[in-house]
Design a protein around this ligand. Structure first.
Ligand SMILES: *Cc1c(COP(=O)(O)O)cnc(C)c1O
Length: 348
């Protein structure tokens, strides 16, 4: 079978959540499951985290909240980072989502279309991506606080760099804007949790760390991606491999063609830079990564492999990301739709 297998270890996700919940100290750890749980599946991941006791989930957009509800049921909070956009009202009401309102317009829209429906507030503390600015918040805070927001949150721009002065600047701004409000507060994603207790407030929002990625350096790996070998051939010195003849064999070589390519999220930028593994033994990619296939030099292996791993203990999402000039988040969220997804462990 030429279908690659993506193995997702639900017990590893549980172990990572436990570790980040512990690192969150007295704050309640939620879980960010936007983008189909970072590409790993709303349903199995959401169910696992629900069974583990997570009571606050976060998604990026309202329609994702509808998917999240299928996984986590109706008894937990599902917050929406994009807030309450025009056109979102029905889905927010139907699925009991909690929009994190991020502009005066959204506050007005929420109040007029869904009076009394729960909401939270998102503040901008310097990232300049989403959230009410300080002056906007000052103007609105008295009336908004009278309506009992469920959560006030902001997001750190540089939390993966512990020594970056932006962290303490954002922390000071967040305190200035929220001290004394009496509303539960949230500032930290994975990186913020690791910055220490000053950043934890009442609720933390880990995402990437649950799925095994940096900046949670002690994460348990979650994914393995195994690519079947379709064909093996011997090439003579001077022969080329793949589109554009971009690789020429310097010596006689044995080349395996693997059944995955850029349509599966193994981006073309990996050409000439990434490796796959036979156990602990690395094999370099040769020739361009194409849509459905890639070539690998297996000359040095003792026998013909049936499959080779591109994500495995020897090469995690961040190591592969580095070879491709990107980050682990993008490797995960780009994982394609053709893989056989094999969920290991888990609550059910
Ligand atoms: C994506 C996101 C998170 C989770 O961030 P990680 O770095 O993946 O832990 C938390 N909060 C907001 C606002 C986000 O957009």
């Amino acid at each position: 079978m030429a279908q690659a297998t993506l193995t997702i270890d639900l017990d590893a996700i549980r172990a990572n959540w436990r570790a980040l919940a512990h690192a969150s100290g007295t704050a309640e750890a939620g879980a960010v499951i936007k983008a189909n749980a970072y590409g790993l599946g709303f349903l199995p991941v959401g169910r696992q985290l629900l069974a583990e006791g997570v009571r606050k989930f976060f998604v990026a957009e309202a329609f994702e909240g509808a998917h999240a509800r299928l996984a986590v049921g109706n008894r937990v909070d599902v917050f929406v980072f994009a807030g309450h956009m025009a056109g979102d009202t029905d889905v927010i009401r139907q699925h009991g989502l909690i929009p994190l309102l991020n502009s005066p317009e959204q506050v007005t829209r929420h109040r007029s279309t869904l009076p009394g429906h729960p909401f939270g507030i998102q503040l901008d503390t310097g990232m300049n991506r989403l959230g009410l600015e300080e002056a906007e918040w000052r103007a609105l805070s008295a009336e908004v606080l009278a309506e009992n927001p469920r959560l006030i949150m902001s997001h750190l721009a540089c939390a993966d760099e512990p020594d970056h002065p932006m962290n303490s600047a954002q922390l000071a701004a967040f305190r200035r804007m929220t001290d004394g409000t009496g509303v539960p507060r949230s500032l930290a994603a994975t990186g913020g949790i690791l910055l220490g207790p000053d950043y934890h407030f009442d609720v933390t929002r880990p995402g990437i760390g649950l799925y095994g990625g940096l900046p949670f350096a002690h994460a348990t790996p979650v994914v393995r991606l195994s690519l079947p070998v379709i064909q093996i051939r011997d090439v003579a010195a001077g022969e080329t491999v793949g589109y554009g003849n971009s690789w020429t064999a310097p010596d006689p070589a044995r080349i395996a063609t693997l059944a995955a390519g850029y349509a599966d999220g193994l981006i073309r930028a990996m050409t000439g830079r990434a490796r796959v593994f036979a156990g602990d033994t690395p094999c370099p990619l040769v020739g361009r990564v194409s849509m459905d296939m890639m070539g690998v030099d297996v000359t040095h292996l003792p026998g013909p492999p049936e499959a080779l791993d591109i994500l495995c203990p020897a090469q995690g999402i961040d190591a592969l990301a580095e070879a491709a000039g990107t980050i682990g988040y993008e490797i995960l969220t780009s994982l394609g739709h053709r893989y056989a997804r094999d969920y290991k462990g888990g609550a059910a």
